[in-house]
Design a protein around this ligand. Structure first.
Ligand code: NAP
Length: 522
């Protein structure tokens, strides 16, 4: 049972346990167990075999031999009884380990998981081979005098910093310098106390680890695996700084896609504002500013969405042409292309978000006052003029196909988004994943592009479309996806496809000039 501080205080007072005075419990013959319970409620600091209070171990000796029967690898020590120390202890207990805490105040630390013991650091260190240092770096100097007791032990550094580059060296390397005789392993720092307490969930399964001693890393790996985490070894202790920076990262892969999305949204918003509102105001003396909220927004969202989706596929196409041009896959791509390829998932998710907004805005179009007003005015004017518009089958086909392409495109969009979730993509084979993300991706791009072409239809033929000689937004949005689809078709030509497959399987085209230079040198 884990008690919160306030709960613990409410249940246990010097003369009262669980709301009953101690003398009442004595009369009821419950004094023994209750006093024992009192100690447990105070933090579970009762020796399992002799029933003494935990203070009895503070001299550093295990006089009652409570841990004598516990195999050495099953008894772990945690220095620090704070948030992470308690959560980690609880999780270790649940997974079958015995836990002993090293604390500055073994008699006065808060409630600890039941079944654990708190001692001073020196005594606790003697009991276990593996010690988790759940203390902030700023307090590591208390470990220095313990160097003889910590010699040969595995010290797991779980610490993080408040800011990047706060210190010249990483916390783990600093700890290793303080206790050169110990084997420091950096691990568990990317998990929160909350995640540890709740066990590994889908999104939080990974424990990153690094250290200089292979056996020490193996011991930590075994413990992490037993706790249900999967371990990723990042190499020697020099990688600790990188691990310590992980929790301080602020959406590193999202920065470029978000900047691009904001840039595109702002540019198209002002472009359409100029064409649809300012133009009407200046040239036609009409106030169309009310269109900003729905009409304009519902033009910006699909435009940005389509461009972002095509930008997901453009870097792959550039990379393919680069490989064809170079005749090898063994030359590095330029940095900008590398960075672009690494953020394709984020670009795709933002494209999906904008497509979803477009769908929602489209659903409300028929309720709009402006649309209802225009419809009613048109009908009344036709009645007045005694006119009827003949049914246009071409128009019916066009609009139905336009909507149908949009709906199918959006469903594929959703499928792409769902398959990019780690829990889903982990369940797919490499071939399934690449089929969805590549083939289905291009099909989605095709449907959405076709949807936009149908929206434009023959508007490009009318001069009134080009207000102030500027093309409408949808035309601009078609440039990148059309280029991507045409280039993809080129790559699918059998002769080009065959060369690309050979290059990707390791074949290299030799440069004739290079060959002749080599033969001259021979
Ligand atoms: P915390 O709640 O503040 O606990 C730190 C513990 O360190 C205290 O309970 C105390 O235990 C001990 N301590 C404090 N001052 C000390 C001193 N001068 N000398 C020796 N020991 C001292 O902190 P925490 O949240 O558990 O974090 C502990 C470490 O884990 C930190 O390095 C943190 O960066 C890392 N971490 C935390 C989380 C998290 O979710 N909380 C996640 C990842 C990593 P005693 O009173 O028993 O001595």
């Amino acid at each position: 049972m884990k008690l919160e501080g306030s709960q613990h205080n409410a249940l246990v007072t010097p003369n009262c346990v669980g709301g009953l005075p101690v003398w009442v419990l004595r009369v009821l013959g419950l004094s023994g167990p209750v006093e024992r319970k009192t100690d447990i409620l105070r933090g579970g600091h009762v020796c399992g075999s002799c029933g003494h209070l935990k203070g009895c171990h503070n001299n550093g000796t295990s006089h009652c031999g409570v841990f004598a029967a516990v195999p050495r690898h099953e008894l772990l020590c945690i220095f620090g009884t704070g948030d992470l120390g308690r959560s980690l202890g609880q999780r270790l207990l649940q997974c079958g380990y015995k836990v002993v805490y090293g604390s500055r105040r073994p008699g006065g630390c808060g409630p600890l998981p039941q079944g654990t013991q708190a001692m001073n650091h020196e005594a606790a260190a003697q009991h276990a081979h593996l010690i988790f240092i759940c203390v902030h770096r700023e307090h590591y100097d208390f470990l220095e005098p313990l160097a003889p007791q910590l010699k040969g032990k595995v010290l797991v550094d779980v610490s993080n910093n408040l800011k990047k580059n706060l210190y010249t060296d990483s916390n783990a390397e600093y700890l290793q310098r303080l206790i050169p005789g110990a084997h420091v392993v950096k691990a568990f720092n990317t998990l929160s106390a909350w995640a540890l307490q709740n066990g590994p969930a889908d999104a939080n399964r990974q424990v990153y680890l690094c250290g200089n001693n292979a056996e020490a890393k193996q011991a930590v790996t075994e413990t992490a695996t037993k706790l249900g985490f999967s371990v990723l070894d990042r190499g020697s202790l020099s990688a600790a700084r990188e691990l310590e920076d992980f929790p301080l990262q602020l959406f590193p892969r999202w920065r470029l896609p978000i900047r691009l999305t904001i840039g595109l949204t702002a540019s198209f918003f002002f472009y359409l504002l100029l064409r649809e509102v300012i133009y009407s105001y200046i040239v036609q003396q009409k106030d169309m500013s009310f269109r900003i909220m729905v009409s304009l927004a519902n033009k910006v969202f699909p435009i940005v969405s389509l461009i972002l989706l095509s930008l997901c596929y453009l870097p792959g196409i550039i990379a393919a042409f680069l490989q064809l041009y170079r005749g090898t896959k063994y030359k590095r791509f330029p940095d900008w292309l590398d960075r672009w390829m690494l953020c394709r998932k984020q670009l795709g998710l933002l494209a999906l978000a904008f497509a979803s907004l477009h769908v929602l805005y489209t659903l409300i179009l028929s309720f709009r006052y402006y649309v209802r007003y225009r419809l009613a005015a048109h009908t009344i004017s036709q009645i007045r003029e005694n006119k009827t518009s003949p049914f246009d089958t071409t128009m019916a086909w066009r609009t139905d196909t336009y909507y149908s392409m949009g709906i199918i495109g959006f469903c594929f969009y959703l499928l792409l988004g769902i398959s990019s979730l780690p829990s889903v993509s982990n369940a797919l084979s490499w071939r399934e994943f690449s089929f969805i993300q590549s083939k289905l991706g291009y099909i989605t791009l095709f449907f959405c592009t076709f949807h936009t072409y149908l929206y434009g239809w023959d508007r490009f033929l009318y001069p009134s479309t080009y207000k102030w000689f500027s093309p409408p937004g949808y035309m601009l949005s078609l440039v990148v996806p059309t280029v991507v689809l045409v280039l993809k078709l080129l790559l699918l030509l059998p002769c080009v496809d065959r060369s690309l497959i050979r290059i990707r399987q390791g074949w290299e085209r030799t440069d004739p000039e290079e060959e002749s230079t080599k033969s001259l040198l021979r």
